[in-house]
Design a protein around this ligand. Structure first.
Ligand code: F6R
Length: 260
């Protein structure tokens, strides 16, 4: 795992967006795994800026999102379909037919999840997967005790996640209880992982992900098993890391790394 600690959320977003842009520049038909929530917003703003100001081209890119709430249609204002349209897709030139988000309204979840897995494979697998982390240590909606080999499936959200996400809804009772989510096993198959976390509310989960044991109690700890995982943090999210100085040292001493 490579750990990069930035002074501000804007800086970490710029750096993380730079990693994703590098993948697209190297492989114009890259397959991107995308996330929703507060964490990736700065990255999406930066990717939109790179598209508008520097010509970053999404015309051959394919995308797969991590998850969607069960029961919310693609048009629902709190759905992840809506989130992705508003925060990224409508501002860039990715062809809509190449964007994929789990369906929250299919009448056959099992078949849909199998199709989603098969379609990721048919598109060549995910080149770079963007991730946030829940305050309970989840990635996507793989709540504590989710199998580290899990695949795309219907999942019951933890109370903590429902409370955390209530801020996006009018009232906590409106937060759906179920979601379709990629599994930890699905995520680990991506060629590169980029996880972003900011704010003190994530500090405990981040420390457990990086410095704790690999455990299904903190599904983000599965990143320790991935050979190419980059973690971008701000100071507050990095606050509980005991080896913090070492992570900064590694970045400073990297051949060719900027010395600032
Ligand atoms: C969203 C997702 C979740 C979030 C996590 C953090 O697609 O998969 O795992 O990344 O719940 O959410 P925020 O960024 O809102 O704190």
């Amino acid at each position: 795992m490579e750990i990069r600690i930035s002074k501000t959320y804007e800086e970490l977003s710029r750096r993380a967006a730079g990693s994703i842009a590098a993948v697209i520049n190297a492989k114009p038909n890259a397959v991107l795994g995308l996330a929703t929530g507060s964490s990736p917003l700065g990255i999406y703003r930066e990717l939109v800026r790179l598209h508008k100001d520097e010509g970053l081209d999404f015309s051959q890119v394919t995308t797969f999102n991590l998850d969607e709430y069960v029961g919310l249609s693609a048009q629902h204002g709190r759905s992840y379909h809506h989130f992705m349209r508003e925060n990224l897709f409508k501002h860039i030139n990715v062809p809509p037919e190449r964007t994929h988000i789990p369906s929250g309204t299919t009448n056959n979840y099992r078949a849909f999840c199998q199709w989603y897995e098969d379609h990721i494979r048919a598109c060549g697998g995910i080149d770079v997967q963007l991730l946030g982390i829940g305050s309970d240590g989840h990635i996507a909606f793989n709540e504590p005790t989710s199998s580290l080999a899990s695949r795309t499936r219907l999942k019951t959200l933890a109370r903590q996640t429902i409370e955390d996400n209530a801020r996006f809804f009018d009232k906590p009772e409106d937060v759906p209880v179920y979601a379709i989510t990629m599994g930890v096993g699905t995520i680990l198959e991506a060629r590169q992982l980029v996880l972003v976390a900011s704010g003190a509310g994530k500090a405990d989960a981040v420390a457990r992900m990086i410095e704790g044991p690999v455990t299904s109690m903190v599904t983000a700890s599965a990143l320790q098993l991935h050979p190419n995982a980059d973690v971008f943090l701000d100071e507050a999210a990095a606050a509980n890391l005991t080896m913090r100085e070492y992570y900064n040292w590694i970045q400073e001493k990297k051949p060719g790394a900027p010395q600032s």
